[in-house]
Design a protein around this ligand. Structure first.
Ligand code: MLT
Length: 218
């Protein structure tokens, strides 16, 4: 399927949330479907493919070097992704559902950019191996937004300071942030997916109420 220029998969489902699956470099619209199904079984899933090619590898925005992002491109691609999501919500009659962004690596980074640039679009986010994509000039208002940040202590790609700064910025903006450090590298571990699922189920039960309980664990 293609919409607003994004090749994507849409998997129909039920429940209060729709998952937005954002793959890492070299992935595609199929890559995170099993992860989405494990996190929120039966939920509808929207899974776009990043539009930037780095060699043969799809990404969501350009980078100049590892961890050095083309900020103009990131800004534009974040807006394009937001427009795609708004169009897809209408097209698939998903109005009124909460958007749960599930991102890995490059997909987690554009999800973080969406949170910072388009507050209110994403309600919950489960971000594995994210970093701060840019330092915002003004803080967005993210009260009522809940974010799980899954980080690996031995991750060779994501500097500890960058993920800690992302957590701090999101908290300063009012989001409830659960920072989950593991003794792992850049790849996902099965038990962290199970933990993220428990966190998301608790977050979903809280609906749009304040997320202070979920904010406490580090
Ligand atoms: C990025 O470029 O978004 C991050 O460095 C993660 C990656 O894709 O390797």
């Amino acid at each position: 399927m293609s919409g607003s220029g994004f090749i994507h998969r849409f998997v129909p489902g039920s429940g209060p949330s729709v998952l937005v699956l954002l793959h890492g470099t070299g992935g595609d619209e199929h890559s995170l479907l099993p992860l989405g199904a494990a996190l929120a079984p039966g939920a509808p899933m929207l899974s776009p493919r990043g539009q930037v090619l780095e060699g043969p590898h799809a990404r969501f925005f350009r980078r100049i070097a590892e961890g050095v992002f083309d900020q103009d491109d990131l800004r534009r691609r974040t807006e394009d992704l937001a427009s795609f999501l708004q169009g897809a919500i209408a097209q698939h009659e998903l109005q009124g559902k909460r958007l749960l962004a599930v991102g890995f690596s490059n997909g987690a980074n554009i999800a973080a950019s969406l949170l910072l640039r388009r507050p209110g679009l994403i309600h919950e986010a489960v971000l594995f191996r994210a970093m701060l994509p840019f330092e915002p000039e003004t803080l967005p208002v993210l009260q009522g937004t809940r974010v799980w940040l899954g980080a690996g202590r031995r991750d060779p790609i994501v500097p500890h300071a960058s993920i800690e700064r992302l957590a701090a910025v999101l908290r300063e903006a009012g989001a409830a942030v659960r920072m989950d450090w593991r003794d792992s590298g850049h790849q996902l571990e099965a038990d962290e997916v199970a933990d993220a699922r428990r966190w998301f189920e608790a977050a979903a039960q809280q609906g749009s109420a304040s997320g202070t309980v979920l904010d406490s664990a580090r």
